[in-house]
Design a protein around this ligand. Structure first.
Ligand SMILES: N[C@@H](CCC(=O)N[C@@H](CS)C(=O)NCC(=O)O)C(=O)O
Length: 223
């Protein structure tokens, strides 16, 4: 029997679920994965009585209850400390950019919603100034982490795909599917490494198997 459960939303769209799921899988927690189809616009009735904040990801593990992706990332790092870099200064940067992702980049998050089924194409309305500012900042922080700490491998802090990479994996998905322009070569190589990570591939494969009835017009009709 599993040690608990992780509840996530529609894998095609749920960027916060992807983050939590990656941390849980990286830490190797033995939990049952339950997928709840999202209704869109924060109106998924089934979630309201399920998790304390009415949101996914939601983790139960050995009696611990954890909601919110960043709390799940920290909980998972207690089980597997390698989810954060071992070196103190690198770890401080990893935590800072993860928190920056968690609390910021609202323009990118709202203008470029994650839809793993979207063909590689920019939004019809283009990228406004706020979105471009977010993209520039993300490009810079990826390049900074890769340059200062990433020499040992293809991820932000080297060879190991960790919590910081998990936090940015849905951004990689968006940048790829909206064909975001102007990224540095360092960022493009990083994005390819994330996309090819076995867990990210597994998530995309599972998303592709979701029933069409779970698709939401609000995301599918975005020009
Ligand atoms: N800050 C939360 C955000 C979680 C969140 O907004 N999740 C969305 C799905 S991606 C959700 O559960 N929405 C509720 C709904 O669709 O009813 C986290 O980091 O986990």
């Amino acid at each position: 029997m599993a040690d608990g459960r992780l509840v996530i939303g529609t894998q095609r769209y749920s960027s916060w679920s992807l983050r939590g799921w990656l941390s849980v899988r990286l830490a190797g927690l033995d939990v049952a994965i339950e997928v709840v189809p999202l209704a869109g616009g924060g109106k998924t009735t089934a979630l309201k009585s399920l998790s304390p904040n009415g949101c996914v990801p939601y983790l139960e593990h050995h009696g611990a209850v954890v909601w919110d992706s960043l709390a799940i990332a920290e909980y998972c790092a207690e089980q597997d400390p390698d989810l954060w870099p071992a070196e103190r200064c690198a770890r401080a940067v990893a935590r800072s950019i993860s928190a920056e992702m968690h609390s910021g980049f609202r323009a990118v998050r709202s203008a470029l919603p994650m839809n793993l089924g979207r063909d590689k194409r920019p939004p019809a309305t283009g990228f406004d100034e706020d979105v471009r500012r977010d993209i520039t900042r993300i490009d810079a922080l990826w390049a900074d982490a890769r340059t200062r700490y990433g020499q040992g491998g293809p991820f932000l802090f080297g060879a190991g795909f960790g919590n910081a990479d998990a936090m940015y994996a849905p951004i990689v998905a968006r940048f790829l599917s909206y064909d975001v322009p102007g990224l540095s070569d360092v960022s493009r190589q990083y994005m390819e490494a994330v996309r090819q990570h076995p867990l990210v591939r597994e998530w995309y494969d599972q998303a592709a198997l979701e029933p069409e009835g779970w698709h939401l017009d609000v995301y599918e009709t975005l020009a």
